[in-house]
Structures are given as C-alpha cells and as structure tokens.
Design a protein around this ligand. Structure first.
Ligand code: HEC
Length: 100
C-alpha cells in the first residue's frame, strides 16, 4: 500500500463523519489563491459565486461536486491531487451546497 493512501485513510478515519477528510478552511484558501472565481465571473458575473447557488446549477450531489472540482482544477492546471481537491469540496459544500 502506498504511503499516500495510508495518510489519506488516516485522515478519513480522524475526521470521522466529516467530508472525507477535507478541511473547509484549507479549501477556502486554495480557492482564493488559485483564483477559481476569475473564470466563473466571466460566465455569470458578480463575484462568480452565483454559479454555485443558481437554481439550475449542475452540481446536485457530493459525487458531482467532487467531479466538477476535479474538472475545473484540471482546466486551471492547479496540480492538485484528489486529496487536495477534498479540501476544496469540503469548503464549497460547507459554504454553498450543504450536501450530507
Ligand atoms: C477555465 C475556466 C474555469 C476555471 C479556471 C474554473 N472553473 Fe469551475 N466552472 C467552469 C465552467 C465552464 C463551469 C460550468 C458552468 C456550466 O456548465 O454552466 C464551472 C462550474 C463549476 C462548479 C459547478 C457549479 C454548479 O453549477 O453547481 C464548481 C463547483 C466549480 N466550477 C469549481 C471550480 C473550482 C474549485 C475552481 C478552481 C480550482 C474552478 N471551478 C475554476 C469554468 C472554470
């Protein structure tokens, strides 16, 4: 088993019921540092966050949120690993989506 997997599993165990080990505060910082909103602002205006809250938003589950973050992260060439993306998923879920 790879070290990375062990660390990830430990994180999941420690955080218990929390979102698969993601830390919202870390995720918020990552989203700001990587200017995710820049692209979303061009799409929808304002500060870009309306993309997450519009009534016809695309993301309708935790799984879709994870997939979308991964897709956008790749577009932006962030170089994030899936376990990094978990933080961003945790932040967006905490702030906007509120999936169980
Ligand atoms: C290259 C432009 C671009 C960048 C940069 C970008 N996004 Fe996106 N994002 C999009 C597009 C396009 C959509 C889909 C909009 C649609 O289909 O209506 C989207 C949608 C989303 C959604 C789903 C919104 C919904 O409908 O519920 C999430 C979540 C999201 N992006 C997260 C991120 C995160 C996190 C980052 C920073 C890593 C990021 N995006 C950076 C273009 C971008």
């Amino acid at each position: 088993m790879q070290v990375k997997t062990v660390v990830l599993m430990a994180g999941v165990l420690l955080s218990g019921a929390a979102l698969a080990g993601g830390d919202p505060a870390t995720g918020e910082k990552m989203v700001k540092e990587h200017a995710c909103a820049g692209c979303h602002q061009r799409l929808i205006g304002g500060d870009g966050s309306a993309l997450y809250t519009r009534s016809d938003r695309k993301v309708t589950s935790k799984e879709k949120l994870t997939a979308q973050v991964s897709f956008c992260s790749t577009q932006l060439k962030t170089g994030w690993f899936p376990e990094d993306e978990e933080h961003v998923v945790a932040w967006l879920n905490h702030r906007y989506y509120h999936f169980k």
